[in-house]
Design a protein around this ligand. Structure first.
Ligand code: 13P
Length: 253
């Protein structure tokens, strides 16, 4: 069985007072919902991890980083290592989010290096893959996703069983244009098949989550799909009632 994993990616949002109010509303809301069979993760900007960790005390809520350095320590100004994230209570870390691949030119090789560092630090890397609209329309989607996934499979070897894979079509991020549940399932199914060709049991156990304009009104259809094991939520995760509603969506089998 693959438990449902719901991850909030706050991106560059939040501030001291917003976080206080969010934590209070969220903690109160959690008392009303049953999270059995689900894992909920919040990825705030790393500077706020300590504050939020001290405010959201629910045992079932985990924290994650939004990125980590591909280096362990040294003269790398502005970077945060996996070990540091772990020390601040993280269990997960996003790796290779499209906003980093595009804005910071993160290559497939760099993404693998970061994922390996995350695993070495005791974190679960949530590795993001996805295609642009142009790539999808020009029928390059499989080629792009294959390159991303092949580099993960080759670079991580047996450690691939320690990751979460997030499919985030770039055209659906922050645009309000969600992939339909069927479109998302088609890619998730294809990804699982592809990974299964290398290692069937890894593919069967791999948690694969979808991200891109997830909201409370489309979360259920997405989670009903056989190969969608969770959701990576951006904008909607910043609105407490909306995020709580997403957290309790979906049947736990
Ligand atoms: P939105 O939910 O705002 O589209 O963002 C998706 C995302 O990039 C999560 O990592």
């Amino acid at each position: 069985m693959r438990p449902i994993l719901i991850i909030a990616n706050w991106k560059l949002n939040g501030n001291w007072s917003f976080n206080e109010e969010y934590a209070s509303l969220f903690s109160n809301g959690l008392k009303e919902i049953d999270l059995t069979g689900r894992q909920i993760v919040i990825c705030p900007p790393s500077i706020y991890l300590q504050q939020l960790n001290g405010l959201i005390l629910d045992q079932e809520i985990y924290f994650g980083g939004q990125d980590l350095s591909d280096e362990i320590s040294g003269a790398f100004t502005g970077e945060v290592s996996g070990v540091m994230l772990k020390e601040f209570g993280c269990r997960y870390v996003l790796v290779g989010h499209s906003e980093r691949r595009l804005r910071h030119q993160e290559s497939n090789e760099l993404v693998v290096k970061k994922a390996l560092n995350a695993i070495a630090a005791g974190l679960t890397p949530v590795i993001c893959v996805g295609e642009t609209l142009e790539q999808r329309q020009s029928k390059q989607m499989e080629e792009v996703l294959s390159a991303q996934v092949d580099s993960i499979l080759q670079g991580l070897g047996e450690q691939v069983e320690q990751i979460v894979l997030a499919y985030e079509p770039i055209w659906a991020i922050g645009t309000g244009q969600t992939a339909t549940a069927e479109q998302a399932q088609e890619v998730h199914g294809w990804l699982r098949e592809k990974i299964g060709a290398t290692n069937r049991s890894v593919a069967e156990n791999l948690q694969m989550i979808y991200g891109g304009s997830v909201k409370s009104d489309n979360a259920k259809q997405l989670l009903e799909m056989p190969d969608i094991d969770g959701l990576l939520v951006g904008g909607a995760s910043l609105v407490v009632p909306e995020f709580l509603s997403i957290c309790q969506t979906g049947e736990v089998i």
